[in-house]
Design a protein around this ligand. Structure first.
Ligand SMILES: Cc1cc2nc3c(=O)[nH]c(=O)nc-3n(C[C@H](O)[C@H](O)[C@H](O)COP(=O)(O)OP(=O)(O)OC[C@H]3O[C@@H](n4cnc5c(N)ncnc54)[C@H](O)[C@@H]3O)c2cc1C
Length: 256
């Protein structure tokens, strides 16, 4: 039996020349936990060409949503970026991934640190009401080179706070902190630099990371993951591994 289903594309949105998102139908049997990924693909030369994709939709939503890079010569995304409404995409039946809250030890504040398309799994997580029961505050940071790459910015700041069911949780418990590295913006710089200098905590009026209170999820570029890991290990945070819960978890949004 195939481990793939074919789903109809329902909408496509191009954020920039290098970034787009799309929604597709959801197989009634498709289940996932917030933060997980599955395989997405197209028929290329009559064979499925698949890549890992984080689910950006909430686990209770009717349709599936994905946020995608456009790699100019990328075997999949050079084609995937030309999707049209009504096209069929392959969606894996299985989901997996380390960015799930069950992999973290209990804590008070959950930090979701992302760069680029590493935002995708956190879009799923911030729409999950269970997260707001587990943590007092959730802080989502998203770092991109340019401001127009801050996908879902308006959705997070305008739509979600007014959401019929989770709006109140979002208003009371979610803090969104977008930063840009290559042009003027209200928050500037790499997230690792903002952590090191303490500017991140000052700007948010929050205490700096403590092993007792803070739990962290990382998703983004290899450099961000490497620098943040070092920074966290140096202050005594333990990464999730070998099925043992940790103070932080990491998912590679792409292999650089
Ligand atoms: C667990 C996991 C989850 C992922 N989730 C997503 C997701 O939600 N959205 C997404 O766009 N990609 C995601 N990826 C990357 C994705 O699997 C593909 O690599 C990407 O779609 C490009 O596919 P491609 O065939 O066009 O090029 P590939 O041959 O796969 O990649 C070519 C090169 O492009 C660069 N690249 C690949 N993906 C990215 C990216 N996302 N951002 C910046 N540079 C990149 C890398 O340098 C890579 O070597 C994920 C990867 C993993 C391992």
């Amino acid at each position: 039996m195939s481990n793939l289903t074919k789903q109809t594309v329902l909408s496509i949105y191009h954020w920039t020349d290098t970034l787009f998102s799309f929604t597709c139908m959801r197989d009634p049997g498709f289940r996932f936990n917030s933060g997980q990924f599955t395989m997405v693909g197209l028929d290329i030369n009559e064979k499925p060409l698949l890549r890992a994709y984080s689910l950006a939709s909430a686990n209770y939503e009717t349709n599936l949503e994905f946020l995608s890079i456009k790699v100019p010569d990328g075997p999949l995304t050079s084609r995937l970026q030309n999707l049209r409404v009504g096209d069929l995409v392959y969606i894996g039946k299985k989901t997996t991934g380390t960015l799930v809250v069950d992999n973290l030890l209990p804590g008070k504040t959950l930090w979701l640190l992302s760069t680029g398309t590493g935002l995708a799994p956190f879009m799923s997580i911030i729409k999950d009401p269970d997260i707001y029961n587990r943590y007092e505050k959730i802080i989502l940071t998203h770092t991109c080179r340019f401001a127009d790459e801050l996908a879902y910015q308006k959705y997070i700041t305008v739509h979600l706070p007014n959401h019929e069911y989770i709006g109140e949780l979002i208003r009371n418990q979610l803090i969104y902190f977008p930063t840009v590295t290559r042009e003027p913006f209200k928050n500037r710089g790499r997230i690792t630099d903002l952590i090191k200098t303490g500017e991140l905590f000052e700007r948010l009026s929050l205490p700096s990371f403590s092993v007792d209170n803070d739990r962290i999820m990382l998703c983004g570029s290899p450099r961000m993951l490497c620098d943040t890991r070092k920074l966290l290990n140096d202050i005594g945070f333990i990464e999730y591994g070998n099925s043992a819960s940790g103070h932080y978890v990491v998912e590679k949004a792409f292999l650089g």
